[in-house]
Design a protein around this ligand. Structure first.
Ligand code: SAM
Length: 346
């Protein structure tokens, strides 16, 4: 018998008896989740076609049903389900998912939101489906969206990559050693001193609760060929912009395999692919891919949020996450409504 677990690390499909988890239906205020989204992701669909993937057989395409199962059982006051924005283009699938969520007793609405409109230095489009249980009696518009409808018409100022990371110390590119017993210095994960005081409001915010040093400022090692290619790319440059003689991959499939970030603009979307390689996230002017801390900054994780994991896992966690600054904005109206509901129902 499991009693009130704080964390279950398990395949959700194996958690079959929800009455065994120590939480009763009706005890949860907000259910939050981001079921995997391979079938809806643009990257995923292309790859699936190439590999002749059988969508019906990939269980990850049906994990949203596990979310629905938890929702139906626990009947929280509100829920938030996040997914890739392409789901909003698949109207048939989206309507089916929404109908299942409504079937659990909820009023449901959704928005596609761009993180860069919420102070995150990254253009990242994601769909947020929000539900309010019928017993809350609240207007779904109030719950869902103190946040505006996309595309936002006003000219909000976005935060650039430079504003996000310029205070972090320079890192030397590391070459993958050709011989196994190389004397090349290895980067270890230890706190490093900032290069300077905060140079932007964003950096002040990221450092607000942190001391004088910062963790996770480590980047990947690269082979000589990659380092040479990095050197040829301008800011904003892609694989397809390279001279033909250095191209090793098919340009029609891998046109953006390598990309150098722009200093004066928000980053493009960070993805879990960073756990495989970070070639699409080359530092704007240093000849290396971004460090874990730089990725965390671009995703708006504050510096006192320290990652303890192998490097590949840290990149995966960051790429899969909802940027904290956006999560906060989505949560605000819901938290207010939960408080109001709980005050009315003491
Ligand atoms: C798109 S990511 C969303 C991550 C989420 N936004 C976060 O920051 O934790 C999907 C997540 O579902 C998890 N996942 C995939 N299959 C699962 C399963 N069968 N049971 C439980 N979790 C699963 C993955 O490990 C991954 O963390």
């Amino acid at each position: 018998m499991v009693t009130s677990p704080s964390t279950l690390i398990q395949d959700i499909r194996e958690v079959t008896d929800l009455s065994n988890l120590g939480i009763e239906p009706g005890e949860i205020d907000i259910l939050i989740g981001g079921p995997p989204c391979q079938v809806f992701s643009r990257v995923g669909i292309g790859k699936m076609k190439q590999l002749k993937w059988d969508i019906e057989k990939d269980h990850r395409n049906f994990l949203y049903k596990e979310y629905v199962r938890f929702l139906e059982y626990y009947q929280p006051l509100f829920f938030v389900m996040e997914n890739v924005d392409n789901l909003a283009n698949k109207k048939e699938v989206l309507s089916k998912i929404i109908a299942e969520l409504e079937g659990c007793g909820y009023k449901v609405d959704y928005r596609v939101l761009d993180s860069s409109m919420f102070g995150v230095p990254q253009r990242r489009l994601r769909v947020f489906i929000v539900g309010a249980h019928e017993r809350t009696d609240c207007d779904i518009e109030d719950a869902a969206f103190g946040v505006p409808v996309f595309p936002i018409q006003d000219n909000r100022k976005t935060v650039s990559v430079g504003e996000a990371i310029s205070d972090l110390p320079e890192l030397q590119p590391i070459k993958i050693p050709l011989k196994p017993k190389s004397t090349e210095p290895r980067q270890t994960d230890r706190p490093v001193t900032y290069r300077c005081n905060p140079e932007s409001t964003y950096q002040e915010k990221m450092r607000e609760r942190n001391g004088k040093t910062v963790w996770n400022h480590r980047c990947r090692a690269h082979n000589e060929k990659d380092l040479e290619i990095f050197g040829m790319l301008q800011q904003g440059g892609k694989y397809k912009d390279l001279p033909e003689e250095v191209m090793r991959y098919r340009v029609d499939i891998f046109d953006d395999k390598y990309k150098r970030l722009k200093w004066d603009a928000p980053s493009w979307t960070l993805t879990a692919h960073m756990s495989r390689d970070c070639l699409a996230y080359i530092h704007p002017w240093q000849n290396r891919s971004i460090s874990v801390r730089e990725a965390a900054r671009i995703q708006s994780f504050p510096d006192d949020f320290v990652f303890y994991a192998p490097m590949t896992r840290m990149f995966e966690l960051i790429g899969n996450s909802v940027p904290p600054l956006l999560a906060e904005e989505v949560a605000k109206p819901i938290v207010r409504l939960v408080r109001e509901y709980n005050t009315r129902n003491v």
